[in-house]
Write a new protein. Structure first.
Length: 79
């Protein structure tokens, strides 16, 4: 499943976890992405992998878009 989410500067994706594997791709903008306590900066063209059940969250430093791929699909997003 693919999702595309636009973030404004200063927006926060709260720390959370889920049983899905996730790949996040920064289409544009700048994001501080924390996975299992380690923070990395994603800029346009960068990506990161979030293992199942890993605690993760994001802070948007410069407005942009994240494209996330999940497996299996996020049925909670379809409701």
């Amino acid at each position: 499943m693919l999702t595309r989410v636009a973030f404004e500067t200063g927006a926060v994706g709260a720390v959370h976890n889920h049983p899905h594997a996730q790949l996040s791709y920064a289409e544009s903008g700048v994001f501080e992405y924390t996975i299992a306590g380690e923070t990395q900066t994603l800029r346009a063209g960068d990506s990161c992998y979030v293992p199942p059940l890993a605690w993760h969250g994001v802070q948007c430093r410069e407005a942009g878009v994240l494209v996330d791929a999940f497996t299996p699909r996020r049925d909670d997003f379809l409701a």
